[in-house]
Design a binder for this molecule. Structure first.
Ligand SMILES: [Zn+2]
Ligand SMILES: [Zn+2]
Length: 257
């Protein structure tokens, strides 16, 4: 059993064959998926709810991506608060800072991130963090609000951020990027993260792992990333699957209906 801790099943690239994609994931042994509920911007927040309501093994989140921070109006936080109370919404995010693309001004990214950290803390929900080229500010903002639990998804940062998030009890989730050539530093982190703090994800439809690189990614491919990391860590695949599944269940507590 494997869990894809971060997918974008709402993406239009799945419009023609979404159910077939989910069936392939199930057949490959994927038993839970967390589909991110951000959509293409704050007006589409909650887009994961219909998928999560119609599949009992799929859960979702509510958040605003740093790319879309400049589109946020105050009312969107009200929508997020309401979604936070939905029984299929298990987390706030993805939210964070992306100084690589800088699609929104950095000061606005920081404020929108801070508000979501504060909401996660207030509701005692885990926060799903996206961070790129912004390790220092990510650490500073987490320290400022200190939500009780969270995960840095699609981890590509360095040792300092890894050590910080592990120190405060957060989790680290690896995507297919870890399977790419030249990912040695990342592989080193995937080797040393303790077994009770590691997760795997696809971040599909982006970032298909080797041997699917360049194709549309989908949840069944989480098996390839998991196999790669299990090998790096020198443990059987089954053991790694059991660990990451237990970690997911501990971090993303399923709500009663
Ligand atoms: Zn992301
Ligand atoms: Zn994502």
């Amino acid at each position: 059993m494997l869990i894809d801790s971060h997918a974008h099943l709402d993406d239009s690239r799945f419009n023609d064959d979404r159910e077939a994609v989910l069936q392939r994931a199930w057949d490959a042994g994927v038993r839970k998926i967390l589909t991110i509920g951000n959509g293409g911007g704050p007006d589409e927040m909650g887009c994961g709810v219909p998928i999560a309501e119609s599949h009992d093994w799929i859960y979702t989140s509510a958040g605003i991506h740093p790319h879309d921070a400049s589109k946020v109006e105050e009312r969107h936080y009200g929508v997020m608060e309401q979604l936070a109370g939905h029984h299929r919404v298990l987390a706030i995010g993805e939210t964070g800072l992306d100084y690589y693309y800088d699609n929104s001004p950095r000061d606005i990214q920081r404020e929108v991130f801070r508000r979501q950290l504060a909401l996660a803390k207030e509701r005692d929900l885990p926060v799903i963090i996206h961070t790129r080229d912004a390790d220092e500010d990510t650490i500073a903002l987490i320290k400022m609000e200190m939500p009780s639990r969270g995960v840095v998804h699609c981890f590509t940062s360095g040792n300092k951020l890894a050590d910080f998030v592990l120190d405060i009890g957060f989790y680290i989730s690896f995507s297919g990027i870890v399977t790419f050539p030249k990912a040695e530093a990342l592989v080193e982190i995937a080797r040393r993260v303790s077994g009770d703090r590691i997760l795997v994800e696809t971040d599909c439809p982006y970032l298909a792992p080797i041997p699917h690189r360049g194709r549309r990614n989908e949840p069944s491919f989480v098996c390839d990333t998991a196999r790669f990391i299990a090998e790096v860590r020198g443990i059987p695949r089954d053991e790694f699957a059991t660990q990451t599944s237990a970690n997911f269940d501990r971090l993303f507590t399923v709500k009663s209906a």
